[in-house]
Design a protein around this ligand. Sequence first.
Ligand SMILES: NC(=O)c1ccc[n+]([C@@H]2O[C@H](COP(=O)([O-])OP(=O)(O)OC[C@H]3O[C@@H](n4cnc5c(N)ncnc54)[C@H](OP(=O)(O)O)[C@@H]3O)[C@@H](O)[C@H]2O)c1
Length: 249
Amino acid sequence: MATDPRRVLVVGATSAIAAETARVYAAYGARLFLTGRDAGRLEAVAADLRVRGALAVETALLDATDHARCGVVIQQAWDAFGGLDVALIAHGALPDQARCQATADAAIAALDVNFVSAVAILTPLANRFEAAGRGCLAVVTSVAGDRGRQSNYVYGAAKGGLDRFLQGLRNRLHRAGVAVVTLKPGFVDTPMTAAMPQGPLFVSARRAGRAAHRAIERRRDVAYIPWFWRPIMGVVRALPEALFKRLRL
Ligand SMILES: NC(=O)c1ccc[n+]([C@@H]2O[C@H](COP(=O)([O-])OP(=O)(O)OC[C@H]3O[C@@H](n4cnc5c(N)ncnc54)[C@H](OP(=O)(O)O)[C@@H]3O)[C@@H](O)[C@H]2O)c1
């Protein structure tokens, strides 16, 4: 799919899925502003994107749970290329559900990194995109947000909350000409899922990243990645609660 060279912000750029999406943008000569927590890994992603054709790559360190710094880095990213066309928010962490059940602190930390921190980033970004009257905000949530399950409901609650936040944001920004794209991966082979046994529903980070790029460029409202998660989650959501609560999921 051909795209004009874009000015792209990637939050959580060391994520395997985000790095693959950024590679597609780099191949089209994009200018990219990358944020991440680890300077060495961030620079490695930046170097890779330069080799792959990016016109310019800038980086900034950001722990997304440092809410005050989120606004500062958004300002830097906006100023770096005189505005942005696309922002991809991809950071996240799969928490230990047992720890989240044992201590509220662990549950709250999981909600922060997977939901609250995204709000800290999206709020100033949305205002800038709205004022510019164009652009696309794309955010990685998860199929886990579609229905709470005993095995990961804290992560699911964070992603589900983010999903609902994006729904409202999309409704708000539509009139301003700004797209909000909700990206919902299923199982993707990345460091996040390295400890999980890989079943037939797993796909590569490369496939997920390319699907994310397509969804962003097509301004899809909600994109399941891959597509087959849409019917799967349709069935999961349709199961009556009286039955669902009895299942070991
Ligand atoms: N893999 C899957 O099966 C799957 C399924 C559904 C949704 N997702 C979502 O996809 C997104 C990307 O994950 P991935 O699969 O590509 O896994 P990944 O390669 O492990 O990437 C996770 C990224 O989040 C970053 N991160 C974690 N905590 C952070 C914080 N406090 N501040 C800033 N960055 C932080 C990590 O940075 P560091 O490198 O510094 O740790 C890393 O870049 C996440 O939002 C995840 O929830 C993944």
